[in-house]
Design a protein around this ligand. Structure first.
Ligand code: FE2
Ligand code: FE2
Length: 202
């Protein structure tokens, strides 16, 4: 996305794409995530336009029927694990990334990765994906007990904000006897790695 005019055209196309595929409520969430992600990008020295593009696309496939997620995942050879079979809506990120590539011509792999992994997370995700992951959790309409703390962390350290969000979500879900996606556990382990290395004196 070198040419600013191309950036604007793609951002407009992604915005229209989300708006036509989503309810007003979910489109509202999308725009709030886009504004939040863009702000985080500026605070952390990332590309605001590419981060906004990922955010505009992230939930574009969220209002798809379960059978359709599974059909598209098979047709496009997307990763289909047991959690995705049990809960096909987990595929809305990977499906949205493919739609971005196929229908909007997005070729930026970091943007596509951010969209793909925004739901369950992934160990080793890039900074742009981390910004979207966190923005999705702290957009202004999010209201849960620890959101203020995660917002504070987000302006200082995206990794720490994501780790805190994951710790809270994992303990909340474990407390209710719900399965935790292995990618979410893997992401938290990855985020906590430097801390553990520091404790070992490495
Ligand atoms: Fe989502
Ligand atoms: Fe979202």
């Amino acid at each position: 996305m070198a040419d600013p005019a191309d950036n604007d055209a793609l951002l407009e196309a992604a915005d229209a794409f989300a708006r036509e595929r989503l309810s007003e409520k979910r489109y509202g969430h999308t725009v709030r995530v886009a504004d939040t992600a863009e702000e985080l990008a500026r605070e952390h020295g990332l590309d605001p336009a590419r981060t906004r593009l990922a955010a505009l696309l992230h939930d574009a496939a969220r209002e798809t029927e379960p059978e359709e997620y599974l059909r598209l995942a098979r047709a496009w050879e997307l990763h289909l694990g047991e959690p995705e079979r049990q809960s096909p809506k987990l595929l809305h990120g990977p499906v949205a990334a493919e739609l971005g590539r196929r229908e909007l011509g997005v070729e930026d792999e970091e943007v596509l990765e951010a969209v793909r992994v925004h739901t369950v997370g992934a160990a080793g995700m890039g900074p742009l994906a981390l910004a979207l992951y966190v923005a999705d959790k702290i957009e202004p309409a999010r209201d849960y007990p620890s959101v203020g703390r995660i917002r504070d962390l987000a302006s200082r350290d995206l990794r720490e904000a994501a780790a805190e969000s994951l710790r809270r979500a994992i303990s909340y879900n474990e407390g209710r006897g719900r399965d935790i996606h292995p990618a979410s556990r893997g992401m938290l382990e990855w985020l906590e790695e430097p801390e553990r290395a520091a404790h070992r004196g490495v």
